[in-house]
Design a protein around this ligand. Sequence first.
Ligand SMILES: C=C(O[C@@H]1C=C(C(=O)O)C=C[C@H]1O)C(=O)O
Length: 108
Amino acid sequence: MLAGMSASVEDVRVELERLRGSIDNIDAAIVYILAERFKYTQQVGRLKAEHVLPPADAEREASQIARLRRLAEDAKLDPAFAEKLLGFIISEVIRHHEQIAADSVKRA
Ligand SMILES: C=C(O[C@@H]1C=C(C(=O)O)C=C[C@H]1O)C(=O)O
């Protein structure tokens, strides 16, 4: 666009579509990454149930939170947001682990 000219409605539409295309790709990557993470945490849940270990591990979580907050700061992401997001994910993992443990008790 020439300097001093304002963007046309069409220019804005094209730019919005371009940006949203990248946002959609990132959202897809997040879904795939989360699916992979849950595959591993399910394995941890089965291992814990087999060996009668507790579903949650507060010490491990504290070190993950500290690490993620540092990574977020480096990446210019709000560390409080990163912590909230990790907490949300971990609470779902613990729910799965509790379910796996309850199922394994029922089967025993
Ligand atoms: C996956 C685990 O179980 C729980 C879930 C965690 C996670 O999602 O990262 C971390 C600690 C535990 O509270 C684990 O102990 O490693």
